[in-house]
Design a protein around this ligand. Structure first.
Ligand SMILES: Nc1ncnc2c1ncn2[C@@H]1O[C@H](COP(=O)(O)OP(=O)(O)O)[C@@H](O)[C@H]1O
Ligand SMILES: Cc1ncc(COP(=O)(O)O)c(N)n1
Length: 234
């Protein structure tokens, strides 16, 4: 179930317009789904601004036993801003403390800690710093670093784990991070540990990239309908 935080006019080439949902309407959407159907996990993505961040935090705060995957979406692949710069403090201050895990990519982690990240050692250090800001766990995603091997670093309960895999040569990577965060939330909803949820989500993401339909002139969408049987456990 979805509560729409913003409308975007976008395709594989870029984001051409954004209309943010009025905060009280976002609140109504969230209440509609939670009061009626309920949820086994939360995942947030693009939030737009501090007002919508406050609404999400207020509405999910009562569900402390429900896992929450916070994908701190800030900038689209094409460069469009998806979070107001002045909303980063609200994201750190009011949403991060509620999250089971926060999943920044390299530019987002750099923005959270105010320092450049150029290699895996920096990713680990950045992850530790994000935890020091108040995150329970962090998955620093390495897709934006160069190289033929991609690494994501999970830090949870003070334990670090690096997940590595070869980069798939493709331009069809629209929403890779969004897909990963949603898949992690799905596995957490099914009761798996965070570590196993990340491993399974990475396997699903990989299969979804490998079978991407190839639409559009830019970064095309993934195949979210990839059959679960095609996924080898990561
Ligand atoms: N070309 C690729 N091949 C395989 N995995 C990829 C590729 N691009 C991204 N990924 C994986 O997708 C996930 C999200 O990618 P990343 O680019 O780091 O974040 P975002 O999509 O949020 O910008 C990470 O797990 C990363 O390792
Ligand atoms: C609504 C929305 N959320 C997130 C992204 C980031 O995805 P990407 O980094 O692939 O552009 C996006 N383009 N649009």
């Amino acid at each position: 179930m979805t509560a729409i935080t913003a409308l975007t006019a976008q395709n594989t080439v870029g984001v051409f317009g954004v209309v943010e949902t009025p905060p009280e309407f976002l609140r109504t959407q969230i209440r509609c789904v939670l009061d009626d159907i309920g949820t086994d996990a939360f995942k947030s993505g693009m939030l737009g601004g501090a007002d919508n961040i406050a609404v999400v935090a207020e509405e999910i705060a009562a569900y402390r036993t429900v896992p929450f995957v916070l994908d701190p979406v800030m900038i689209a692949k094409g460069g469009a801003a998806l979070l107001h710069d002045n909303a980063v403090d609200a994201l750190i201050g009011v949403l991060m403390p509620l999250a089971t895990v926060i999943t920044p990519n390299i530019p987002e982690a750099e923005r959270l800690i105010g320092r450049r990240i150029v290699d895996e050692r920096d990713m680990v250090e950045a992850g530790r710093q994000v935890c020091a800001l108040g995150a329970s766990a962090v998955l620093v995603k390495g897709g934006h670093l160069p190289g033929t091997i991609l690494t994501d670093v999970l830090i949870a309960d003070g334990v670090e784990e690096a997940f590595t895999a070869p980069r798939i040569e493709t331009r069809h990577t629209h929403g890779t991070g969004c897909t990963l965060a949603s898949a992690i939330a799905t596995r957490l909803a099914q009761g798996r540990s965070l570590r196993d949820a990340v491993a399974d989500a990475r396997a699903y993401l990989r299969a979804a990239i490998e079978s991407a339909p190839g639409y559009g002139a830019g970064a095309g969408p993934l195949n979210h309908g990839v059959a679960i049987t095609e996924i080898a456990r990561g």
